[in-house]
Design a protein around this ligand. Sequence first.
Ligand code: HEM
Length: 343
Amino acid sequence: MAIERDPETFSSENPQSLVNKVMGYTMMRKDGDAHAAERKAVEPALRPGAVKSCWAPRFEAIFEELVKGFELDGEADLFDAIAAPMAGRALAEVLGFQDVEWQTMARWSQSMIDGAGNYSNDPEISRLAMGAAREVEEAIDRVLPYHHDNPNNSVLSSMVHADQPHARGQIYANINVAIGGGVNEPRDSILTMILGLLENPVQLERVKTDPNLWPSAFEEAVRWISPIGMYPRRVTKDVVFSGVKLKEGQQIGLCVSAANRDASRYENADRFDVFREKKSHLAFGAGSHFCAGTWISRHMVGRLVVPKLFERLPNLRLKNRNNVEVRGWVFRGPTTLPVTWDT
Ligand code: HEM
């Protein structure tokens, strides 16, 4: 929190960042007015009001379509059956794409993430990442005339109709960053929340009987296994922070997944506990870069997908806990979630 409250010392800008190379100069790597103007332009599409009036019914329709496709099967891997397609399809709609399938969203997202972390300079990773960014640009070019002529609730429409409209390069970069950061995290938090509840049946029963607890279960899930574990800041001047000397120009990692398990803040921090004392967490970051997709995710994951899935799949249970692996550091979540239920 202290770092996020002091952006002059701990800047989001980093000219060397691989994120800039792959995605362009995104709002996530800008400070001050430049950041604020771009953030303001996208926000109308992502605020709670837009979620309630526009996205909630669309998300529900996508969920229904997906769940109808497998609810009679009695078993599934929830990664492929619901989490990945739900996250990809929802984001495509929110951004304003009309012809992009969820598998393409997932491929773009993963390729650009890999490219943004390609510190070994692997040419194949680089090729795939730059190729994905180019495909995103082409998809934006196809759909932009529609959004110009038909103002609507999507992010692309919001960008072009803002008081300070995005230039084409800003559109590309900020759509790229939303794709890089808006597919994995909702997907992973769906699976994490289901895993936490299935491993704690007493909590699950309480949540099922008191639906007001679903939002707390979501916040606890992203605290427990934070979908983004670390993000960087650049030190702009020599400073002593928490007794550590930091030098101008150094890159530091804000390990929010560690902060979210800080034993001096959370009792039994490693435990998933929906009933723990309510305290804020850092899974969505903090300060001016606080995740723009927070309200979308809270609704989609915590109020729609997970509660409805438990309603629709009776006696939902893990097939084999030993098969569930939670992986990743910068991005973290279950890589599979094989389950069974009664039909
Ligand atoms: C559970 C789901 C999510 C989690 C845990 C999450 C987490 C985060 C975190 C930690 C940051 C701060 C990164 C930084 O400051 O360097 C961030 C920023 C951001 N997120 Fe998310 N995110 C989620 C979902 C989404 C979704 C669905 C979208 C797209 C609609 C999205 C769009 C963004 C954008 C555009 C930023 C940059 C904001 C800025 O720089 O002002 N996120 N997110």
